[in-house]
Design a protein around this ligand. Structure first.
Ligand code: FAD
Ligand code: NAD
Length: 465
């Protein structure tokens, strides 16, 4: 079924789903001289997520952390087909993917099906809301570029509305109460960024309001940042105390209403707290597309956190090992981080090189057998067996880094096999240089550095666009 794409029919097709960390790292590393590579993703760019909270308060502009996927693919030796579309279904039996154009402008054809020989499934995850009432309707998220832009708009709207003449004291206090839900790194970084905006810019431009802005971070567990060492958790808590960010642990959000948030406090009493803005950073859950794919193998795919894969990133289920899954859509035992996703992408590109070698040996073997050369065939069989043994994926943890506001960052890193925990201004400079060097292109490095300088010289942008 489906359309003919401008690829070479003598080569195998790798269809890559997604343009995030895992897919981009795969695309960067894959040698496409011997494969046709087709990318399908609803966004035609890569988003550098670690700096997303900085966009939400105007420290960085959106463009600085986005890289068009075609910037990467145009440097590949052969053409890579990039399709902006949302995948609706994957059929591992027929080896097809069906996708549709969900953008505003649609052509006469807006949905189709293509075949694959290998599928690189890297569609990421979506935000977990646990079905809590009001989250979808009233909270801002922090996952996609639109989320950061929405949050900035909402935040500035709360401030301008609080400045509206005749507003009561209670209403001003409500409008200026910002609640962040989730004490994982996303929630902590968002709280720190809001604080910076407040002390570095809003104090100057809204002196009568700035001191009344309150930031509250709500976490259901006993501690924030469970992936960091105790020393850095304590350092974060004390920095937040200094910054007047209230941290409520053992506190669970039960409902979000248009103007308030319902909290279950540590003593199990309920509190209806007035708010202007709620940012939801409650973690990940699999996309519906991944759940549908897993449901095709109900006996083997039982983990509700994501797709179960083997050591070589092959999805457990499809008998011909043609589906590889990587990044946040999987439940691989590793944390759902960019570090894991990008290492998996690079590893998988190497595996395709090995598969190519294996296919060449298999072709040589059938020729040799047809010619009746049994001695050489024996040797080739032995080589084929070795080539079929794919080298497993090994994750190398480079450490954890997070920005906590106040020009301070925290880092748990391994240097020369020594675990080092540090927090403060020097770590912040390390954080900045680490992320600047991790950005995929020189263009993005230039744009991010330029925004940082612009922000120091002229402050953040207050425009509510
Ligand atoms: P993603 O990067 O989310 O990419 C998924 C891709 O799939 C996207 O291109 C999406 O458009 C596409 N897609 C979605 N639906 C479909 C569909 N139906 N069909 C086709 N394509 C689809 N990790 C770190 O290690 N360090 C950090 O500092 C860090 N900071 C973070 C900050 C924030 C605010 C957030 C939200 C996350 C952060 N992470 C960080 C986690 C990191 O971003 C994720 O682990 C990483 O993005 C996972 O990569 P991925 O490729 O699996 O998914
Ligand atoms: P997370 O899963 O790490 O944290 C979500 C938190 O929300 C949890 O601690 C959970 O207890 C809390 N929560 C959920 N529902 C709640 C409720 N109703 N009330 C109160 N609290 C509630 O999610 P995240 O911070 O978005 O991170 C997702 C992944 O991305 C993680 O693997 C993380 O390591 C990675 N990440 C890394 C960085 C970094 O390294 N700097 C930054 C952001 C994200």
């Amino acid at each position: 079924p489906g359309v003919q794409l401008p690829y070479d029919p003598s080569k195998k097709n790798i269809v890559v789903l997604g343009s995030g960390w895992a897919a981009t790292s795969f695309l960067k590393n894959i040698d496409n001289t011997e494969y046709n590579v087709i990318v399908v993703s609803p966004r035609n760019f890569f988003l550098f997520t670690p700096l997303l909270p900085s966009v939400a308060v105007g420290t960085l502009t959106s463009g600085a952390i986005l890289q068009p996927t075609r910037y990467l693919t145009r440097h590949k030796p052969r053409q890579v087909t990039v399709i902006e579309a949302e995948v609706k279904a994957v059929d591992p039996q027929a080896k097809t993917v069906t996708f549709a154009d969900e953008s505003e402008v649609k052509g006469a054809v807006s949905s189709t099906t293509i075949n694959y020989d290998y599928l690189v499934y890297a569609v990421g995850a979506e935000t977990q809301t646990f079905g809590i009432p009001g989250v979808q309707e009233h909270a801002c998220f922090m996952k996609e570029i639109n989320d950061a832009e929405n949050m900035k708009r909402r935040f500035m709207d709360c401030i301008e509305t609080a400045a509206f003449p005749g507003q009561s004291k209670e209403e001003i206090d409500r409008l200026l109460h910002m609640v962040v839900v989730g004490g994982g790194p996303t929630g902590v970084e968002v709280s720190g960024e809001i604080h910076d905006f407040l002390v570095e810019d809003l104090k100057q431009w809204y002196p009568e309001l700035a001191d009344r802005i309150r930031i509250t971070l709500v976490e259901a567990l006993p501690s924030v940042l469970p992936m960091f060492s105790k020393k850095l958790i304590d350092y974060t808590i004390s920095t937040f105390k200094e910054a007047k960010i209230d941290v409520l642990t053992n506190t669970m959000v039960k409902e979000i209403k248009p103007q308030s948030v319902v909290l279950q406090m540590p003593d199990k009493t309920m509190a209806d707290v007035p708010v202007g803005m709620v940012v939801w950073a409650g973690g990940n859950k699999p996309r519906q597309l991944s759940v549908d794919l897993m449901n095709q193998y109900p006996e083997l795919q039982k983990n509700r956190r994501g797709i179960t894969i083997d050591d070589c990133l092959r999805m457990v289920g499809p008998s011909d090992s043609s589906v590889f899954a990587l990044g946040d859509c999987t439940s691989s035992g590793y944390a759902p981080t960019a570090q894991v996703a990008s290492q998996q992408g690079a590893y998988l590109a190497g595996i395709f090189h090995q598969l190519l070698k294996r296919d060449a040996i298999a072709a040589q073997l059938s020729e040799t057998m047809a010619a009746g050369n049994t001695r050489e065939a024996k040797q080739l069989r032995w080589r084929l067996e070795r080539a079929n043994n794919l080298r497993p994926f090994h994750y190398s943890h480079q450490g954890s880094l997070a920005y906590i506001g106040h020009d301070r960052a925290i880092a748990d890193v391994n240097i020369f096999n020594k675990a080092i925990s540090s927090g403060g201004v020097a770590t912040f400079l390390f954080w900045r240089s680490a992320y600047l060097s991790t950005l995929f292109s020189l263009r993005n490095r230039f744009l991010v550095a330029n925004d940082w300088i612009k922000c120091r010289l002229f402050g953040r942008d207050l425009v509510r666009d």
